[in-house]
Design a protein around this ligand. Sequence first.
Ligand code: KG4
Ligand code: ZN
Length: 353
Amino acid sequence: MLILGIESTCDETGAGIVRDGRRILANVVSSSAKLHQKYQGVVPEIAAREQVRVIVPVLNEALRQAQSKLNEIDAIAVAYGPGFVGSLLVGVETAKTLALVWKKPLTCVNHLIGHVYANWLTVNREPKTVNLPQFPIVALIVSGGHTDLILMKDHGKYGWLGGTRDDAAGEVFDKVARVLGLGYPGGDEIERAAQQLTADNLPSDAKALAGSQLTFNFPRPMIGDNTFDFSFSGLKTSVVNYVSQVSDVCGQVPAIAVKFQDAIVDVLVKKTLRAAETYSAKSVVVGGGVAANEYLRDQFSVINSQLGIPVFFPSKGLATDNGAMIAAAAFYLKKRVDSLKLQADPGLNFNDI
Ligand code: KG4
Ligand code: ZN
């Protein structure tokens, strides 16, 4: 079954064509991140206007790459929330129009669940040879707007275990990057700054500098409590306070980046480990933009070594927003909707699968 997935919830415009929920034939993403750089955060109006401009070229390019003809596409899928209303409208109205004009079934996908299903996708590999996550699954979603832990008993059978009570993980990466004078989006920039002190092949003088600078720690909020909730605003405030006290902020950026990453990843790993243990998970899957972080990917191996279960990450390009993950989720969830009735839902909740 060939599904065309459309994603436009935030500042990306994506169209992916996926066979049987696994095999990517095309996955085209256009990001307006550069346009938001000077504001250090997404400006919804700018994002939506850019999406109106690029949605047709993005779709066209996806169809060209997949070498698919319209009559080969079996269904259209679209992320209908959560997200910015203007952005969502572009994808949802485009999907409805295509479904009506091409006479194809339309399915709607919760964007957050799309991030989880990025773990079912394979790129240019024979899907049958690749292991899939096994149920019950504990899924961690870490994106710019969300941090959630979910228990998946089967496709479509989910329970929300907990989530952030204040800032999302990606949002804190972005805010800390701003305080450190790094660019937007901040996750990538923090990772690069930290690697200046932690890369395996550092020259000896850089190693000595690292040893002398990495002598402090930031707090790990809620790491030991018995909920599956998170709170990151205190960690953010700690970084801000630390930065306001040091005289040479520029010289300390890599050290602050290392210690901030340490703290936030430690909390994410420990809570996910405890959820996987509590619910006897057979697999852990991680999704969302923050899942692109190398240090986080590395640290999650502790779950594998302690519980003996596999931890799945999407390939880096599939961790951030894209259309293929929406097509994959649509294949497994099959939530068909009336093309005349579907509405974008900016505040879509986790339980609205
Ligand atoms: O999932 P996503 O593409 O969009 C949302 O649904 O929000 O996630 C974007 C978030 C941003 O906050 C960005 O800073 C973060 O993912 N991110 C990263 C990395 N790459 C992107 N965070 C940490 N390390 C990265 N390498
Ligand atoms: Zn996302």
